[in-house]
Structure formats: structure tokens, C-alpha cells
Design a protein around this ligand. Structure first.
Ligand code: UDP
Length: 332
């Protein structure tokens, strides 16, 4: 049985789908503060034949909540997504982030050790690198986060190193770049309230809903003045988690990998692919830069390719099309 914390959230739910498709039995643990019960219900309704999926509502901040999961199920390995992930919010309220992300993870690790569970795949982030000093960013790039969100993820990576030394707990830390897209059958997708991410925000200005997309900053030192990001498809990303589990199951040591495409796209490029995919002229307002946005963030993904055998397959257009199909469903 695999425990997926945060399995009712965006990346977590797509990972659950991939795990079920690969024959794993899954228990989802989520407090439903940001995750959605509808997502859990959808996952339960499409479970692969013969696979077990259980949902336990609970909060990692309450040690007994997570200890009870280990009492109820024989957990072999954990995939850990549950976390707050809004950079701006983390700058306003760092305590909330340290308490939930770091203390919550310590409770999870404690429960794992109590129950002899020694393998974890952890949802980390490119935000642990901070302002890039070179690009594309490989795993040797210094980790110097510039916001509390990135700091919490880096702290957790370091705590996991200590748990390896003290308890032989093996972790794979997957450092995501910009996750995009949805299930290709639009059964689940990105569902944040409020939404801060680029692609869903552009798509929200379609359907003639009268909203205008706000483009933050056109004076960066990039090809067209807008920020460049590496958009990795959520289904490709989910596959990397399955490969990371295989890696750990085969006795792999603690390790960390960038998950991105090796390619960058500017905000203007993403915007024009959205117009192409939707066939709509999308209203846009040029705004000043958003605080804390580095000009360029692109992954060097060679290590994940070499060690995990991971090859992202979807294009930016694929991601935008699936996000659009999901956004249409969500807006109904
Ligand atoms: N962005 C934008 N308008 C929005 C949301 C995002 O112009 O409504 C820009 C943002 O300033 C950044 C890029 O899109 O340059 C990607 O932002 P996002 O929040 O999706 O991801 P981040 O790179 O911050 O993790």
C-alpha cells in the first residue's frame, strides 16, 4: 500500500491516477483545506480494477492523525505532496508555512520510522534554488531560496538527509519546475482558489467571462521582455514519481532530480499558444513586475533522464489543451 499525502490536490491527484494505472494500491491522506473531495470521489470512481483506494481525512500537523493511517494500513512507501505552495502568501505569513510544511513533514517522518517505513518520494521545487546564477539549472546549482516557501522545501530536504543518516530512510526529492496541464480526459485538473498560476489564469479570461488576463512585467532581459519558465506537463510529472518509486524499490540511495523539459517559454509565448488552442482573442492588461519573479527558470533534466529513465513527452500545446478542457469543465 502506498500512502499519498496531499492526494486530493493538483499534482498529488494526478500522481494517484498514475499509481493506480501502474497497479499500486493507494491510500490518500489529505485535510481537504486545499484539496477537493470531488477529486477524491473522481479518483475512487475511476480506480483500476482490483486496486484499493482509501481516503483518510486528516492533518499532518496532528501527529495522531497520521499515526492512525499507519495503524489502519500496512504502508510500504510514501509519496508526500501535502504542503502550502503559494510564494506570496509564504512571504506574508512564513510561520504558517514553517508550521504546516516543515512540522507536518516531521510528524510524517516520525510516523514512518515508528512503523519501519523507510522510503519516501518528496515533492520539492525549483524554488529551493532561488535566483539562478546560471541556466539551465542542474542539481548542482546552489540552493539558496529567496522566499519562505522555498526555504521550507529545502529544510525538508535537509531533514530527510538527517533521517537517512540516523534511520536509513531513503528519499527521492523531485524538484518541480512549472507544472502545467491536466488529465488528458479532463477527469481531474488544476483547481486552486485563489488561482495564481499563469496558464489557468489566462484560460480564465476565455469563455467570454469578461475577465482580463494580467501579464506581470514586460521589461525583463529575455527574448520578448516577459519571464521565461519551464512548463512541465502534470502527467509527465506523475510518471516521474512512479519511476522514483521503482528506483527506491530497487534499493536506490537518497537522491534528487529536477523535473522540467530543458526548454523555456516566455509568458507572451504561453499566451499566444493559449490563443491558438482556444481560438479566442484573449483580453490582456500589461502590469508591472510581480515581486520575487526571477527572469528565467529552466531545468537541466539530464539527471532524471539518465538515472530514472524519465522522458517527458508532452508539449506545451498538449498541456494547454488539457488545461483548457479541464477549465471548461470547472467553469460549468
Ligand atoms: N504570470 C502572469 N500573470 C498571472 C500569473 C502569472 O503574468 O496571472 C506570470 C508570472 O509573473 C511569471 C509566470 O507567469 O512570470 C509564471 O508564473 P506562475 O505563477 O505560473 O509560476 P511561478 O514561476 O511563479 O512558479
Amino acid at each position: 500500500m502506498i500512502l499519498v499525502t496531499g492526494g486530493a490536490g493538483y499534482v498529488g491527484s494526478h500522481c494517484v491516477l498514475a499509481l493506480l494505472g501502474n497497479g499500486y494500491d493507494v491510500v490518500i491522506f489529505d485535510n481537504l483545506e486545499l484539496g477537493h473531495i470531488e477529486t477524491v470521489e473522481t479518483l475512487k470512481s475511476i480506480q483500476a480494477s482490483g486496486k484499493v483506494i482509501d481516503f483518510i481525512q486528516g492533518d499532518l500537523k496532528n501527529l495522531s492523525d497520521i499515526q492512525n493511517v499507519f495503524k489502519k494500513h500496512e504502508i510500504e512507501v510514501v509519496v508526500h505532496f501535502a504542503a502550502y505552495s503559494q510564494v506570496a502568501e509564504s512571504m506574508k505569513n512564513p510561520q504558517k508555512y514553517f508550521s504546516n510544511n516543515v512540522d507536518g513533514t516531521v510528524n510524517l517522518l516520525k510516523s514512518m520510522i515508528e512503523n519501519g517505513v523507510k522510503r519516501i518520494v518528496f515533492s520539492s521545487t525549483a524554488a529551493t534554488y532561488g535566483e539562478p546564477i546560471y541556466t539551465p539549472i542542474d542539481e548542482n546549482h546552489p540552493q539558496k531560496p529567496i522566499n519562505p516557501y522555498g526555504e521550507t522545501k529545502l529544510k525538508i530536504e535537509k531533514i530527510m538527509d538527517e533521517y537517512d543518516k540516523s534511520f536509513n530512510l531513503k528519499s527521492v526529492r523531485l524538484r518541480y519546475f512549472n507544472v502545467a496541464g491536466a488529465d488528458n480526459r479532463a477527469r481531474i485538473g488544476e483547481w486552486h482558489e485563489p488561482e495564481t498560476h499563469l496558464i489557468p489564469n489566462i484560460l480564465k479570461s476565455t469563455f467570454g467571462c469578461g475577465k482580463t488576463f494580467q501579464m506581470f512585467g514586460t521589461d525583463y532581459d529575455t527574448i520578448d521582455g516577459t519571464c521565461v519558465r519551464d512548463y512541465i506537463n502534470v502527467e509527465d510529472l506523475a510518471k516521474a514519481h512512479v519511476l522514483a518509486l521503482d528506483y527506491l524499490e530497487k534499493g536506490g540511495e537518497t537522491n534528487f532530480f529536477n523535473l522540467g523539459t530543458n526548454n523555456g517559454n516566455s509568458v507572451k509565448e504561453v499566451f499566444s499558444v493559449c490563443e491558438k488552442v482556444t481560438g479566442e482573442k484573449i483580453p490582456v492588461d500589461i502590469q508591472p513586475r510581480r515581486e520575487g519573479d526571477p527572469a528565467i527558470l529552466v531545468a537541466d533534466n539530464q539527471k532524471a533522464k539518465k538515472v530514472l529513465g524519465w522522458v517527458p513527452e508532452k508539449t506545451l500545446e498538449d498541456s494547454i489543451l488539457s488545461a483548457y478542457n479541464w477549465a471548461k469543465k470547472l467553469s460549468k
